[in-house]
Design a protein around this ligand. Structure first.
Ligand code: IFM
Length: 406
């Protein structure tokens, strides 16, 4: 798998970090829609997660020790604003300590304001299906800017908006478990507005803030390279899957964050009766490229796809961060190559003119993988689920192989 060329060299100032999100690592986030769905038995229970809420110092020490110079967390909106318009100053102080600890450990701080789990009061009011959420999100963003903004280096407003909308409103696998194409589109439209308003609200308080999104991005390829219909499907997928959201917010965006996990071979198939157009995501093809790695979740990852995605984003003329990229790999036998190969293609994309400023591996530590519970293990650090003891995996050594120019 590893190519003969050895050293991966990235430009001065490049960030190498790991990413987490509040609900997945903190534990006992009881005041949001996920927790409620968990108690109702609709998804696995998160419980104390990794207890990062109390063990953050230990986690940032590990992050520093393994060679990371950046870290991405999310703030639990439901902790900061437990009821609409009521702010919890103790939680603000908690996050201040968390952010100061990150800095003390030499970690550049990227903060996501909202990563999937939504305050219960807002879920009760219809979440992002209602335009009320747009105002609520902007107000929350302004509050964070006023109260914690001096401790935040890079901001992500939202995480993987279309994935969130698809899983919760179309596939019905995540709260609020709906099946509505129309609802999905409304949610995406409202999140676009929420990002724009939040961007302006943060800038009013902190004009110097660097604000982006963490956008799910997929590399699409035609299954039959010379087939015009497959090429059209790739174009449609790119336009709506990768570009649409970014194009809508391009004037309210200081950088693009991309979460890269997937590579899809697309082929056109005839309409399935009169019911629907059937876009086939062809998997498990014998024609799989030799470089494709399969994670424990069956996801196919293709490092070179990241290169194509990065070059494609050049047209936006913005700095780019890879805000997530990771593999579920319990045996830890693919993770090193996974990271190496992705970073090798990042370095090539930079040489090809893409303004990539950082890479955040998902995740520092094994955590709550939403509807998949504690099954998939993404961490550079494994956790004993009984004792919550942390143990660095051998693959984490790869971080120190990477050279960042002085
Ligand atoms: O765990 C998730 C994260 O919350 C969002 N991006 C993908 C990760 C792995 O599935």
């Amino acid at each position: 798998m590893t190519e003969p060329e050895t050293k991966i060299v990235l430009p001065k100032g490049f960030l190498i970090g790991a990413a987490t999100s509040a609900h997945q690592v903190e534990g006992n986030n009881t005041n949001n829609d996920w927790w409620h769905a968990e108690q109702a038995g609709k998804v696995p229970k998160s419980g104390q997660a990794t207890d990062h809420y109390h063990k953050y110092e230990e986690d940032f020490t590990i992050a520093q020790d393994i060679g990371l110079n950046a870290f991405r967390i999310s703030i639990a909106w439901s902790r900061i604003e437990p009821q609409e318009g009521q702010w919890d100053n103790q939680e603000v102080e908690h996050y201040r300590k968390v952010l100061q600890s990150m800095k003390a450990h030499g970690l550049t701080r990227m903060v996501t304001l909202w990563h999937f789990a939504m305050p219960q009061w807002l879920a009760d009011k219809g979440g992002f299906e209602s335009s009320h959420a747009i105002e609520a999100f902007a107000r929350y963003a302004a509050f964070v800017a006023q109260n914690l903004g001096d401790e935040i280096d890079l901001w992500c407003t939202v995480n993987e908006p279309e994935l969130y909308a698809g899983m919760g409103y179309n596939k019905g696998k995540w709260p609020p478990f709906k099946h509505s194409v129309f609802g999905t589109l409304v949610v995406i439209k409202n999140i676009i507005q929420a990002h724009k308003k939040a961007y302006k609200a943060i800038k009013q308080v902190r004009p110097e803030a660097k604000i982006g999104v963490a956008k799910n991005s997929v590399y699409y390829e035609p299954y039959r390279r010379n087939n015009i219909l497959d090429q059209i499907i790739v174009w449609v997928s790119n336009t709506f899957g990768n570009h649409y959201f970014l194009e809508r917010i391009v004037h309210e965006l200081d950088f693009i964050g991309i979460n890269y996990y997937f590579y899809n071979l697309m082929s056109f198939s005839l309409p399935d009766g009169v019911r629907e157009m059937n876009f086939n995501f062809l998997k498990n093809r014998p024609e799989d490229k030799p470089e494709v790695m399969r994670s424990d979740m069956g996801w196919r990852t293709y490092p070179k796809g990241l290169y194509h995605v990065l070059l494609d984003l050049k047209k936006f003329n913005k700095p780019i961060y890879i805000t997530e990229n990771g593999i579920a790999n319990a045996r830890d036998d693919m993770r090193k190559d996974f990271i190496r190969e992705h970073l090798r293609w990042v370095a090539r994309a930079i040489r090809g003119g893409a303004d990539v400023r950082g890479y955040f591996y998902w995740s520092l530590i094994d955590n709550y993988e939403w509807a998949d519970g504690y099954g998939p293990l993404f961490g550079l650090v494994e956790i004993n689920r009984e004792t919550l003891e942390r143990k660095v995996r051998p693959s984490a050594e790869v971080i120190k192989e990477i050279e960042i120019q002085k």
